[in-house]
Design a protein around this ligand. Sequence first.
Ligand code: PMV
Length: 319
Amino acid sequence: MQPARAHAPGKIILFGEHAVVHGQPAIAVPLAAVQTWAEAIPDDFGSGLTVHAPDVDRTLHVADRFEALADASDPLYNALMFPLQLALNAWNAPLPDLAITVRSSIPIASGLGSGAALAAALIRALALALGRSLSNEALNALVYEVEKRHHGNPSGVDNTVIVYARPVFFVRGMPPAPFTIGAPFTLVVADTGVNSPTRLTVADVGQLYDMHPDRITPIFERIGAITCEARAAIEAGQIAALGPLMSENHALLRELTVSSPELNELCAAALSAGASGAKLSGGGRGGNMIALVTPDRAPVVARALQEAGATAVFVTTVA
Ligand code: PMV
């Protein structure tokens, strides 16, 4: 039998992170430059469900019942086995005899959607191996449940852009609204190298809002308005308008306390090297930032980001 193979891309949030948790829109695009792949083969020895994750040198195995292993506090269990447990429960399916190998080039805890992509690829491979059809809508609902386990209070933007693998204008609780990209644009993506769990930054912003709703509400609303302006500019192909909107969005994220000295330094370095806008992307306090560049400026900005301490830099075109 052929292995059942599935994959899912990373993602970049262009505008609206954090405010999206509180009802404002966000714009996110898939990032095909990084991917997660899962491959399922039948376990002929009939010994239950095994997940191999060679990237982190871990193998998890469930012989007969999930309960024996279900440790909600183990991040690796949550990332590798919980998505499968959740899907099998939802499908009322017995534990299959399968070995699934998963690999990923998406850096962990860095704002590029590694957890959602892992869950999407694993559940897709499982469905294929079991001969089940699985709509994007059904997969999205399952991956959202996994995101809740990782993040506590996710908006749903990560799972949506990753499952549908297309640009989305996303509002919490609404079906994803795809939108068109009027003209391609180039981003330099740079990693601070600092791992920062989204769960913590989302919880801190929630606390800040609870303590100072009068001060924080206008920040959320301005981020929402920036996101709507950016959507119009992207659809109209007016790429020049995006840079200032990105930088303003970053300044507002700083006010929400989710930037960091490393992120601010990388944004400043990108702007000095000729980027027209720069911001953190994702949960913040670490992870990745993005800079908008013209294609000819991309190598110069990428080099400046490396020199400013980025641990990984790549250039991507949103088209
Ligand atoms: O850090 P990431 O890639 O998981 O992005 C999270 C985006 C937030 O808006 C901060 C949280 C959310 O659930 O929308």
